[in-house]
Design a protein around this ligand. Structure first.
Ligand code: PAF
Length: 291
């Protein structure tokens, strides 16, 4: 496994792989890798002959006052994990190398980037869209992998790729959860034992929505209230939003009569938790109604 820090070295390594007619996959990450990232890496290794993982804590997607400086970083451990998975290239640029001092062009993701997380984290998705576009332009993979944990990010990336005619397939991977149900996230290391216990209410709220849907409830407001009441039982949680949305546009739905997505965001202490799940109404699941 090779590690490179410059765009030129990354381009050269990928060009060498292309010269051997290898298909190329990219897994963009911010490091502090966990099993969720490794599931993406494994999916990439199964789909492509040359796998690139970028490890870059992207400053432009952190709003002022967020945790850019304290975001967990452990490149030595990340390298060990990636070597064990059989990754070919790890791209670890510095922020100064990624962004020219006078860089002024950004990728604005449009309305999809302004709702939900975008409302709470101003400028976040422009930062994500810009860095992902740059990484895709440097590596030029056939396929790029993103986790469903950051569901809105996944939809933003899909829009960027579609609207800018980027020649890459975007692949996603389901959320990987700990045994206690909490979605894996590099930021979970911030949680104290008490906060972690409180955080269980987040996946429990999603289960409540899925359970009510399975019992026949299709009114999105009722499902949202079911989620909110589970979260309300946990006083340590401050809820940012619960929403039942269209799976691609993320616009709120009135009725879940086709596959939808349930979104939750809440804060516990200084840590922000986001989670989501697919909602498939039973008739659709049984094939009676076409989405
Ligand atoms: O999901 C992440 O880790 C980041 O948002 C990404 C996609 C690597 C862009 O910095």
């Amino acid at each position: 496994m090779e590690r490179v820090g410059s765009k030129a070295e990354a381009r050269k390594a990928v060009a060498d792989a292309r010269a051997e007619h290898k298909t190329v996959a990219l897994v963009p990450t911010m490091g502090a890798l966990h099993d969720g990232h490794l599931a993406l890496v494994r999916a990439a290794c199964a789909r492509a002959e040359y796998v690139v993982v970028s490890v870059f804590v992207n400053p432009t997607q952190f709003a002022p006052g967020e945790d850019y400086d304290t975001y967990p970083r452990d490149i030595d451990h990340d390298m060990e994990l990636l070597a064990a998975e059989g990754v070919d290239l790890v791209f670890t640029p510095s922020a100064a190398h990624m962004y020219a001092e006078d860089a002024s062009v950004t990728v604005e993701p449009g309305p999809l980037g302004n709702r939900w997380e975008g409302e709470v984290r101003s400028g976040h998705f422009a930062g994500v869209a810009t860095v992902v576009t740059k990484l895709l332009s440097i590596v030029r993979p056939d396929i790029a992998f993103f986790g469903e944990k950051d569901y809105q990010q996944l939809q933003v990336v899909r829009r960027v790729v579609a609207d800018l005619d980027l020649q890459v397939t975007v692949a996603s991977h389901p959320i990987v959860r700990d045994r206690d149900g909490l979605a894996l996230s590099s930021r979970n290391v911030y949680l104290s034992a008490e906060e972690r216990a409180a955080a269980h209410a987040v996946p429990a709220a999603l289960d409540a929505a899925a359970g009510a849907l399975a019992w026949g409830e299709r009114d999105a407001r009722v499902l949202e209230r079911a989620m909110a009441s589970v979260l309300a039982e946990e006083p340590a949680l401050a809820v940012d939003y619960v929403a039942i949305v269209h799976p691609a546009s993320l616009e709120p739905l009135e009725t879940v009569d086709r596959p939808a997505r349930a979104l939750v965001a809440a804060r516990v202490g200084a840590t922000r938790l986001i989670d989501n799940c697919e909602l498939v109404p039973p008739a659709v699941a049984e094939g009676e109604v076409r989405a």
